[in-house]
Design a protein around this ligand. Sequence first.
Ligand SMILES: [Ca+2]
Ligand SMILES: [Ca+2]
Length: 629
Amino acid sequence: MKKILSILFFLISIESFAIDFYDVYPTNWWVGMKNSSLQLMIHHADIANSIPMYKLPAAGIRLADGITLKAVHRVENPNYLFVDLVIDKNAKPGNRTLSFAKPGAPFTISYELKARNKENGKTRAQGVTAKDFIYLIMPDRFANGDPSNDIIADYRDKTSDRKNMFSRHGGDFKGITDHLDYLNQLGVSTLWLTPVIENDMPLMSEWGNSVAGYHGYWFTDHYQVDKRFGGNEGYKEFCNTLHKKGMKVIQDAVYNHVGNHHWFILDPPMKDWLNNWPSFQGPNHREEVFFDPYVSAIDKKIMLDGWFVPHLPDLNQRNPFVANFLIQHAIWTTEEYGIDGWRVDTYKYCDEQFMNNVNSALEKEFPQVTVFGESMVNSITANAYFTRNNIAAPFKHNAKGMLDFQIAFAALAGMNEPFSWTNGVNKLYMTMAQDVLYKDPMNNCIFLDNHDMDRVFSVVNEDWNKLKMGLNWLMTLRGIPQLYYGTEVLMKNKKTNTDATVREDFPGGWKEDAVSRFTAAGRNAIENEVFNYTSALAHFRKSSSAITTGKTMQFIPKNGLYIYFRYDSRQTIMIVTNSSDKPVKPGWNTYAERTKGFTKIKDVISGNTISFTELEIQPKGSFVLELVK
Ligand SMILES: [Ca+2]
Ligand SMILES: [Ca+2]
């Protein structure tokens, strides 16, 4: 399949001339990486044939100051060359000229080696932990801070139309930056944006509608941030601003597939760049194939190699050139922008060893950076399987955490379902009990809804008491809480054949909006109550050692009453929920293991302090209480 191309490299010579339209990926690199190897992918018409086929000089030739050539690979498509380099540990930062010999017409490529950022691990690339509070934003739908970038003249889709839920709406980084005070008021520490990478896709047809890649999951150029959001410079400024304010940023990665207008799909380097099928084959979506001891090979192949939809080609991550491209891009992005954590889309559709390789490559360069994977799975076993776990399965995943869909499903059941042996809050109790499967469940990201789910306020039939139960759990259960934009001001809707209905614009994010829910004056009484409650809980949580680093103890729910504790040597927090339709006074003897030594309970929101026996919880009542000595 591949040939090692014999090629002669020279240091810069006087006859050579620079050609700046060779596309080189990664677009630059750094000195001082723990892994000194680098594979350049050079894309240029007929580049492989324009290089003479000399015998390769002994590997180890010095290509430029601080850069040693290891190998050159010619692949099926002559428009590509892959060049393996080693960067000296002591190389000096700066531009290098890589000179390619060609009789009569040598050419050069300028390549920059930058100095690594000294703030990594301190104010950037910090990792996201249970001390954080994540706010999930779909940038196109949050706020439009710069109407001049709504339409980009050289993009394929030149529409921006807020009246059409499938079109782009113009939201951008500037819009988010403009509302950082609002997010600070809410108590948010970390922003997770749905993907920011360029989606230069034409309008696509989905369920009979003309749909844009406004959500960002259809990459067309890994090294270009979408210009409608602000481009590379805008993203860098955005990340720097967050870090300066002491906030963190999570980037949304998609390793499984790309948009079919990605430049390397329009001109594929080799036949097995993609997982190919004779005709369209979708995945079976059954994550069980990875741990099922009785699995058939064909079921696993279809799961791994099936294409999500016809316009999202499935990448062959077992191809080492594909793997290098994706892994180097993850490292490049983390160093370039100071990404603190990664959310990995469609985790369960990716090659397992490849995912472990990405994670360990990132961890090697950025020990603190965290990863949580996204797999909307059907069981706790499946969710635990894709992260560090205690399951006796032959393959061991190494992701630090997962999006905890099982907690989300259990919390929704707890808010909504009548209490029974296996339903209602018992689902939450039983789900928590199965944390035995995780190595460290504190690394899981927990949530009540997201951009792929019905909005929680609609799921609870717009019942604030039920939502309060969910918010109390979200802010106090183990893990990293994530709120979906607008939940705090009661944005609602269910999915109706499309996800677009749960991705509406944040009211007030556009100049022409009649009402702005970014301000107290623009919110009605109940919206203010929910915003203030969420904010108070988030701020309390921030300073609570018991919640952010402490242990958990839960008691078997009885008659709809669910009580659990978060505690450490300094603090004990009790979370009480009455999911029944009758008022209840807890029988405190049951909880003596954790209440012993305390005489009173303090509502962490109102500050009211009462004795244990005074607490009567109304139907659907829910409280976060600090125990007082
Ligand atoms: Ca805009
Ligand atoms: Ca796949």
